[in-house]
Design a protein around this ligand. Structure first.
Ligand SMILES: Cc1cc2nc3c(=O)[nH]c(=O)nc-3n(C[C@H](O)[C@H](O)[C@H](O)COP(=O)(O)OP(=O)(O)OC[C@H]3O[C@@H](n4cnc5c(N)ncnc54)[C@H](O)[C@@H]3O)c2cc1C
Ligand code: SF4
Length: 326
């Protein structure tokens, strides 16, 4: 049995001091992901810093209209104003996991959850993400759930969070704190592509704590939706998903964000789909062209080629839904 120290600080300053003083420490929030990794010996911290006593569980509207969602807010968050201003976010949250898990899982933990690649989670298989340089069992194994964009020869796992895809589409930032102070990281820069270093999953430094997520002021975000294709109607990660935000003025699309989940090692923005929409009416032909564009440059494997059709389908469904709301 592996042992570790456990501390439950009461302030953010105390928490980041503990992280700075203990290089082998891990943060634990809801524990819905971390506890399974501890159980299976995939993470072996010397110290657990439990952040549940820090507060950080409020949604606060800023004077200019931006909104901050505390890192300890649970994924079951039910805030009607948030639902009106950012429907894509609330839909993405509700599409994740099960009610029981959403009641426990937190915003911060959701963004930093580990990949669901089965080979990563089973220590008997080679995995570059878990053990740098070990190899990648998925390359010659079952890759049905794996990525079709942004992969490298070292890792083809997909990023699992639904919420992160919506936050990318909303141009959100993550607010982090350490003993050196605070900084804001665009969600677009939070997660990393695997390249040669798949074990470096995100841009957070070892001693930094996520304190909140900040969404920009509306109205961009209000006309948005999230569509997710999965193996079961609940309790399943995305095979492919689309977060779509569209601003239509004068009958044509002025601005949009089309982001994909379940198909890349990070939430994946499709600028090609956005380009296909720009300056055009949201009609059937344009929606079809955007869905086609979203699949461009996909690199498939025999097991996951079906994801190209899924991407096409979720983008088309999301845009059709938004057109019908216009
Ligand atoms: C059966 C099942 C189905 C699921 N289905 C989905 C799904 O469909 N969609 C989806 O998006 N998710 C899904 N999830 C994942 C679930 O949403 C995540 O496990 C959860 O959001 C993680 O949050 P947590 O608070 O429990 O994190 P924890 O398990 O406590 O931590 C996760 C990671 O984040 C780090 N961390 C946590 N908080 C902070 C912080 N404030 N600052 C810095 N680091 C931090 C931890 O150190 C750890 O590395 C599913 C999980 C399960 C078990
Ligand atoms: S795909 Fe990535 S996470 Fe999965 S076994 Fe290969 S290196 Fe590990």
């Amino acid at each position: 049995m592996r042992t570790f120290d456990y501390t439950s600080p009461r302030t953010v300053d105390e928490a980041v001091r503990l992280l700075a003083d203990h290089p082998g420490a891990d943060v634990i929030a809801g524990g819905t992901d971390l506890v399974t990794l501890l159980r299976d010996g995939i993470r072996t911290p010397t110290h657990l810093v439990d952040v549940n006593g820090l507060g950080l569980d409020e949604v606060s509207w800023q004077p200019g209209g931006a909104v901050r969602i505390g890192a300890l807010c649970r994924n079951a968050i039910d805030d009607p104003a948030l639902g009106r201003a950012y429907p894509v976010l609330v839909k993405a949250l509700r599409a994740g996991a099960s009610p029981q898990i959403r009641n426990r899982a937190t915003f911060g933990g959701n963004l930093l959850q580990s990949v669901r690649c089965p080979y990563f989670r089973l220590p008997e298989f080679a995995c570059n993400r878990r053990t740098p340089g070990a190899g990648c069992a998925a390359l010659h194994g079952d890759s049905r759930h794996h990525a079709i964009f942004g992969t490298s020869e070292n890792c083809i796992a997909v990023h699992p969070s639904d919420c992160a895809v919506a936050l990318l589409a909303l141009d959100a930032h993550v607010l982090v704190q350490s003993t050196r102070g605070t900084r804001r990281i665009p969600v677009a820069e939070l997660h990393r592509l695997p390249g040669r270093t798949p074990h470096e999953e995100h841009a957070l430094r070892r001693d930094e704590l996520i304190t909140a997520v900040e969404l920009p002021a509306g109205p961009f975000g209000a006309h948005s939706t999230y569509v997710k294709a999965r193996d079961r109607a609940s309790f399943a990660f995305a095979l492919a998903s689309a977060a779509a935000v569209v601003a239509v003025r004068g009958g044509v699309v002025r601005r949009s964000r089309i982001c994909l989940g379940g198909v890349a090692p990070k939430p994946w923005r499709s600028t090609a789909a956005e380009e296909a929409l720009r300056g055009r009416p949201l009609d059937d032909a344009v929606i079809e062209a955007a869905a086609d564009a979203a699949t461009r440059d996909a690199q498939t494997r025999p097991d996951n080629a079906y994801k190209v059709d899924l991407v096409h389908g979720v983008v088309r469904q999301a845009l059709t839904e938004l057109r019908e709301q216009s």
